[in-house]
Design a protein around this ligand. Structure first.
Ligand code: CAA
Length: 261
């Protein structure tokens, strides 16, 4: 499918790269781009062979510099509600993909851009990355889930400080507070993302999916129910050929060949 403001490529078997491609506006998310993101996420979800999705932005300067301010300026309150809901749906759909989704952040990830990265399963940043929720500079709070996902990831106090001051932080600080899990030289960002994606793509796909779902769903449950969820996921894996192949391969001292069944 051809997109106006996105590039979606299957870089290698099972490894998709989704690039927000509006560099003239620092990849800002307007309604068209959000629509296309929803379609692209659905396209990846429909491919049973998809194993990993890498999300990034076009150009060196920005991952995504936020929701599109020129489009938001004229919105009425009800239109702003619809715009926020559209963004929320995209972030939820990305988060719900049954495969790991990794943000590769090479520059500004501000506002809706930080929120897009937060909706991915984890973030790898280049040394030049800058994160922030600058919405209060514009007289609005975050609207694509930033208050919630940021607080869940870095804690309430750090999230509140970032959201209420609009302070922008560099990659090293983002690493120190747990917003990103790794910082790499800018020139190595894509290679690092591809290397992680290849590692995951070689594992049992059903097991990877079950593990992602258990971590995600368990976070909204108390520990006993979350562990019960994990037990159900663990048991379900024993109905797969991947479990048989993975254990047989270990005992036969050879690499497993997973089929995803
Ligand atoms: N929306 C629309 N256009 C944007 C944009 C945005 N979020 N961010 C940058 N652009 C545009 C600029 O208007 C400019 O366009 P022109 O060349 O036509 O003038 C172009 O991208 C390049 O930007 P700058 O000239 O500003 O580049 P810079 O290097 O001087 O500054 C920046 C870079 C610090 C990222 C600055 O562009 C900036 O502060 N951008 C806005 C960041 C922001 O406030 N994001 C939050 C938006 S609100 C939001 O996201 C709400 C939500 O939660 C849903």
């Amino acid at each position: 499918m051809a997109y106006q403001n996105l590039l979606l490529e299957q870089a290698e078997s099972g490894i998709y790269v989704l690039t927000v491609n509006r560099p003239q506006a620092l990849n800002a998310l307007n309604a068209t781009t959000l629509n296309e993101l929803a379609q692209a996420v659905a396209q990846v979800a429909a491919d049973a062979g998809a194993r990993v999705l890498l999300v990034t932005g076009a150009g060196d300067k920005a991952f995504v510099a936020g929701a599109d301010i020129s489009e938001m300026q004229q919105l009425t309150a009800t239109q702003a509600q619809a715009f926020s809901e559209q963004g929320m749906q995209v972030m939820h759909a990305l988060e719900a993909l049954p495969l790991p989704v990794i943000a590769l952040v090479q520059g500004y990830a501000l506002g809706g851009g930080c929120e897009l990265a937060l909706a991915c399963d984890w973030i790898i940043a280049s040394e030049r990355a800058v994160f922030g929720q600058p919405e209060v500079n514009l007289g609005i709070p975050p609207g694509f889930g930033g208050t919630q996902r940021l607080a869940r990831l870095v804690g309430r106090a750090r999230a509140l400080e970032l959201v209420t001051t609009a302070r922008q932080i560099k990659a090293e600080e983002a690493l120190a507070i747990g917003l990103v899990i790794q910082v790499v030289p800018a020139a190595q960002l894509r290679d690092r993302g591809m290397a992680v994606a290849r590692t995951i793509a070689a594992k049992g796909p059903v097991a990877v999916r079950l593990a992602k779902q258990a971590v995600q769903r368990g976070q909204d449950l108390d520990l006993a129910n979350a562990c019960a969820y994990e037990t159900a996921a663990f048991a379900l894996a024993f109905a797969t050929t991947d479990q048989q192949e993975g254990m047989r391969a270990f005992l036969e001292k050879r690499a497993a060949k997973f089929s995803g069944g």
